[in-house]
Design a protein around this ligand. Structure first.
Ligand SMILES: Cc1cc2nc3c(=O)[nH]c(=O)nc-3n(C[C@H](O)[C@H](O)[C@H](O)COP(=O)(O)OP(=O)(O)OC[C@H]3O[C@@H](n4cnc5c(N)ncnc54)[C@H](O)[C@@H]3O)c2cc1C
Length: 84
């Protein structure tokens, strides 16, 4: 391991943990990123839409958006209406 490389541990295997771990592994090549998930505490794991900035996250991490949508069976959501 070179002096610049680091060992990083991300605690929590929900959306935030996995996205942070992906970004750290992309931004810091040569570093080791380990993600720790709990067997006892579940994830929130819900959600049907996302902010447009998710596209920047995909670009930043070299994730093919069309492939991502196919793999997750996702769709584009173009708007949300809140009443009352
Ligand atoms: C009804 C509903 C609808 C939603 N809809 C949307 C939506 O449309 N779009 C959107 O973007 N968001 C939506 N959200 C929000 C989104 O789902 C959450 O913000 C997101 O899933 C949270 O992810 P997280 O990684 O922060 O937390 P979590 O998913 O809770 O992950 C936390 C992780 O930390 C781990 N952990 C906790 N304590 C420990 C410990 N002591 N040691 C080790 N691990 C630990 C847990 O095991 C878990 O893996 C919605 C939420 C709800 C409730």
């Amino acid at each position: 391991m070179s002096p610049a490389s680091k060992r990083i541990v991300v605690v929590g295997g929900g959306t935030a943990g996995w996205m942070a771990a992906t970004s750290l592994a992309t931004a810091l090549p040569g570093s080791t990123v380990q993600l720790v998930e709990s067997e006892e505490i579940g994830i929130v794991g819900v959600g049907e839409a996302s902010f447009p900035m998710l596209r920047d996250y995909h670009k930043l991490n070299g994730i093919d958006e069309a492939g991502f949508l196919r793999a997750t069976n996702g769709t584009f959501k173009l708007g949300i209406e809140f009443r009352d």
